[in-house]
Design a protein around this ligand. Structure first.
Ligand code: GLN
Length: 493
């Protein structure tokens, strides 16, 4: 059992690579079942302090591990994620397993079906260990909005892991899973990846099916992977990406071999290097000097690897946070209407009348941040305010997207800090929702524009806190983002 006096360092541990584990499992040197048990034992040790896992899917995990061990014993070819211990942010549904979205209102809800992303992970041989803590309904930037308590950052347990997919990032950082999935609506994969020192991927909107993802803001929500290195993240994206007849917004574009693409250097022999855009708007006031220094060092490494570095301009960036919080809360207020005490989860016992039951169930079942957003969103959509707020936000969203398109005519990728500061202390920003919203300043733009990106570790501060570089690429440009991320990773290792 981890005690309060355990040093922070003991929580950080790098998982083996997919390639190394695959080799061990296919040669029979490691049994998938033993590997799963090893992870459960480590979880038992570290989870009481870190609060990463909310629930376990052990029976399912051990059945899958036995299946993989059988294949290996027969010498059958193994699927790409054979025996890999994985975890899933608790906003994705798994048949018969608790799926809470970090909320009280969905406590006890056991969905009757699997989300597409987990079905694809398992078809590729992955072993699902359990469900990971997150901000309630994926609303937050610190994982402090979970109804089940905050996750602690394995790098420094007094600090937040970022949010909302804090559990997914922290699980990889502490080696409580080799890889995990999270969701990103305004930064919830990229920012926690940055805070915990792991790799996180924001796929292009529609690249990964949202079927079975408990919706926050449907025009922004994406599912993507976390891992300890870029190549593994690319492999994982290749597994979960692709058209799904169950999600009308999923893209029919062919899925590239992202892992193989990521092997290409940023400068191929006989060709010009990739063109990297640096937007001044992301290096303005409010950026922590140590974060700036780490990102500038990363940019210098890209230049040394043969990239051409160019300034680009994204002048509407300053409107992105208010635009995002209007669009996201408007959609959230509609999506969360379904949680009424009738169809799912929690029902208040204080229900003299039907309308009492609705309001008490919602009042008692939703946390403060979720309610704040339902209010904001309902207000932005209400008659008389719709044009001034929601419609205006949609227009600004369009301008932001066009600005990126123009920039990508000149450059192959854009690099920025992922967050203006490293992981902050637990409790530091909870009293000031606006300060918390501003933490998303560098991530919400790509969310609004629908483009893709990767966050990759790019140095640490003097206090040892990880800094993540955000690498953005055009729609369906994941391969390019992975190539750039590989170069940054190589310079840092
Ligand atoms: N922090 C942002 C928010 O609270 C992003 C959340 C997310 O990406 N799910 O809305």
């Amino acid at each position: 059992m981890a005690s309060e006096t355990t040093t922070a360092e003991s929580y950080v541990e790098k998982p083996k690579t997919l390639a190394a584990l695959r080799e061990e499992i296919s040669s029979g040197r490691t049994k998938a079942a033993d590997l799963a048990n090893e992870y459960y034992a480590r979880i038992e040790k570290k989870n009481p302090r870190l609060n990463i896992y909310l629930s376990f899917t052990k029976e399912r995990a051990m059945a899958q591990a036995a299946h993989i061990d059988n294949l290996a014993a027969k010498g059958d070819p193994l699927p790409p994620l054979a025996g890999i211990p994985t975890g899933l942010k608790d906003v994705m549904v798994v048949q018969g397993a608790p799926s809470t979205a970090g909320s009280k209102i969905l406590q006890g809800y056991q969905p009757p079906y699997d989300c597409t992303a987990v079905a694809r992970l398992e078809a590729a041989g992955a072993v699902l260990l359990g469900k990971l803590n997150c901000d309630q309904f994926a609303m937050g930037s610190s994982n402090e909005n979970s109804a089940y308590g905050p996750v602690r950052n394995p790098v420094d347990t007094e600090r937040v892991p970022g949010g909302s997919s804090g559990g997914s990032a922290a699980a990889v950082a502490a080696n409580l899973a080799v890889a995990t999935l999270g969701s990103d609506t305004g930064g919830s994969i990229r920012q926690p990846a940055s805070f915990c020192g792991v790799v996180g991927v924001l796929p292009t909107y529609g690249r990964v099916s949202r079927y079975g993802l408990i919706a926050y803001a449907s025009s922004l929500d994406r599912i993507g992977p976390f891992s300890a290195n870029v190549r593994d993240a690319a492999t994982l994206l290749g597994v979960i990406a692709g058209h799904d007849p169950k999600d009308a917004t999923s893209s029919a574009a062919p899925v590239e071999d992202y892992a193989a693409q990521s092997d290409k250097p940023v400068k191929e022999p006989g060709k010009g290097g990739l063109r990297i855009g640096v937007p001044a708007e992301y290096f303005a006031e409010g950026l922590d000097p140590e974060v700036r220094a780490a990102i500038e060092k990363g940019i210098a490494a890209l230049e040394a690897a043969g990239c051409a570095i160019k300034p680009v301009s994204l002048p509407h960036t300053k409107y992105a946070v208010p635009t995002y919080y209007l669009v996201a809360t408007a959609e959230a207020s509609a999506n969360l209407a379904r949680f009424d005490g009738v169809r799912y989860g929690y029902r208040s016992p204080r229900s003299a009348t039907l309308s009492d039951m609705y309001s008490h169930s919602r009042d008692e079942g939703f946390g403060a941040e979720v309610k704040r957003r339902i209010f904001l969103g309902t207000y932005a959509l209400s008659a008389g305010y719709y044009d001034a707020y929601y419609l205006k936000a949609q227009q600004v969203r369009r301008i932001l997207a066009e600005e990126f398109l123009r920039a990508f005519a000149e450059v192959d990728a854009i690099v920025t800090p992922t967050s203006p500061f490293p992981a902050f202390k637990i409790g530091e920003k909870t009293g000031d929702p606006l300060a918390m919203y501003l933490a998303d300043i560098y991530t919400v733009t790509a969310s609004l524009a629908g483009i893709c990106g990767v966050t990759v570790p790019c140095g640490t501060t003097q206090a040892g806190l990880p800094v993540g570089m955000q690498i953005l690429a055009r729609h369906l440009g994941e391969s390019t983002a992975f190539r750039v991320a590989r170069a940054v990773e190589a310079a840092n290792s």
